[in-house]
Design a binder for this molecule. Structure first.
Ligand code: AMP
Ligand code: MG
Length: 456
């Protein structure tokens, strides 16, 4: 993408802008981390079975290891009696053998004795110790877990690109891995700019607002697998802006700013400061909310930087459409795309011509209800949304009952903070096929929901 001057030029379609961003992002170099610290990270190597799984034939149940043939005529009425010659617990590394007519008492996971070809579960016996009465015949192989029955030696158990969720951690541990190679979580710094911003919890003077964007975007970045920090309320000072950004470069793999990129105000200091560098382009994307966008790189290490609009809803939608895919690319992750769905509108909607709208809505099964309050500043409605309703560029209104494309917003999963200041966690939320459980139904628009005219 080339640097522009101002938000000049024609509208750029959403997909074209997304591609231009991804063309600049390269995955972070992989690093080896202890298995416990890999949780939530994306694997950067294949994990193969060092040995077959399981590595020895063992019992699948508590019971008696036997020669299956000995049990052929067993029944409740005429049980077979076998001598119990040994007892084998899980973890017993001794070697045992049984001969015909005898049995080993055996526990789940214990190694099978030589000579035995089946296990009779304890429920089908009298549970005897010196000798045991068997009430049912068993086939060879009954309740035996054979070596390699789970995976063969050398088999690929986990492929590069998979995210290390609890199941994958278990697989790597079962494969004997103490450490795995993963892509580190991207370090994201969020800077909110604006003279009007103060910290939530401090008294407000009329004319000021509490900064919500830096909290929101840091949380959204974490939800997308990143480690995020915020630097709040950077003043609208043209001389101070670039140093404030450069200060963050050392510890950042990606920078996000909000505010200060509007369509021409002289207080739009982010745009003013970055335009001079020539490495950040400011574009008008054919969407609403979130039309004014800036993206490029900054500093010697060419750290990607997103300059998002200041209106909270615009910033949020922009994050999901542009920053989240970039964070996925940094992680080499394929699991961060917002799930798409088709749903029927329960009320009509409006949209500006020539721009694609992403309206906030509540998706419930195959129905989606547009929320009232579609202004880019209307964060209350954003807080009730679980989906974005996509209104195509050419449509200026859609009636109730129309089928529409919907993007499902991520649901936050557990946030885990380890002793080392936060290990990887699972991003993605609703992901793929998980059933969506929307929160309480939001206020519903009666009809004609759409953003007020003139929204960025
Ligand atoms: P700007 O993009 O700086 O012109 O800001 C557009 C609108 O978003 C203004 O109403 C700002 O007050 C508001 N805004 C900017 N930054 C934030 C923020 N961090 N939190 C909440 N609202 C903001
Ligand atoms: Mg501003």
């Amino acid at each position: 993408m080339t640097a522009g001057h101002g938000h000049d030029g024609p509208f750029i379609p959403v997909e074209q802008y997304q591609s231009a961003i991804l063309a600049v992002i390269t995955p972070l170099p992989p690093a080896s981390v202890a298995l416990a610290d890999a949780e939530g990270c994306v694997l950067a190597e294949d994990v193969t079975a060092a040995i077959s799984l399981p590595s020895f034939d063992n019992s699948g149940m508590d019971g008696y290891a036997v020669h299956a043939k000995d049990t052929i005529s067993s029944s409740e009425r005429a049980p077979t009696t076998l001598q119990v010659t040994s007892e084998i617990a899980a973890g017993d590394t001794g070697t045992y053998r049984i001969s015909p007519g005898t049995a080993s008492k055996i526990m789940t996971g214990a190694r099978m004795p030589d000579g035995a070809d089946a296990v009779v579960q304890v429920e089908w016996t009298d549970g005897g110790t010196g000798q045991v009465r068997v009430y049912r015949p068993v086939e060879p192989g009954n309740a035996v877990r054979y070596a390699g029955g789970d995976a063969a030696e050398g088999e690929t158990l986990l492929s590069a690109g998979v995210r290390m969720r609890p199941m994958q951690i278990a697989v790597a541990a079962s494969a004997g891995r103490r450490a795995v190679k993963v892509r580190p979580r991207p370090r994201v710094v969020v800077l909110s700019t604006g003279n009007e911003l103060t910290e939530p919890g401090t008294p407000l003077v009329p004319g000021q607002i509490w900064d919500s964007n830096s909290y929101m975007l840091a949380a959204a970045a974490r939800e997308a697998g990143a480690l995020a920090r915020r630097r709040s309320g950077v003043p609208d000072d043209p001389a101070g802006m670039l140093p404030a950004l450069e200060e963050q470069l050392d510890g950042a793999d990606l920078l996000i700013t909000t505010g200060g990129v509007s369509m021409g105000g002289e207080h739009d200091v982010v745009k003013a400061a970055l335009q001079k560098l020539g490495t950040v382009a400011f574009r008008k994307v054919a969407m609403q909310p979130g039309m004014p966008q800036g993206f490029g790189t900054i500093g010697e290490k060419r750290v990607p930087i997103f300059t998002l609009p200041g209106n909270p809803v615009s910033a949020y939608v922009s994050f999901q459409l542009f920053v989240r895919p970039a964070l996925a690319a940094l992680q080499g992750a394929g699991d961060l795309a917002l799930p798409a769905a088709r749903a029927t509108l329960t009320a009509s909607v409006r949209s500006p011509g020539g721009r694609r709208s992403y309206l906030r809505g509540v998706l419930d099964g195959d129905q989606v209800t547009p929320l009232s309050g579609q202004g880019s500043h209307q964060i209350a409605a954003l807080g009730r949304a679980n989906a974005l309703i996509v209104v195509p560029e050419q449509d200026t209104s859609l009636p109730e009952g129309r089928a529409v494309d919907v993007l499902v917003l991520p649901l936050s999963l557990l946030v885990r903070r380890g002793p080392r200041g936060g290990v990887c966690r699972f991003p993605g939320g609703a992901g793929g096929s998980s059933p969506l459980r929307p929160g309480p139904r939001g206020r519903q628009a009666r009809s004609g929901a759409g953003p007020p005219a003139g929204q960025p």
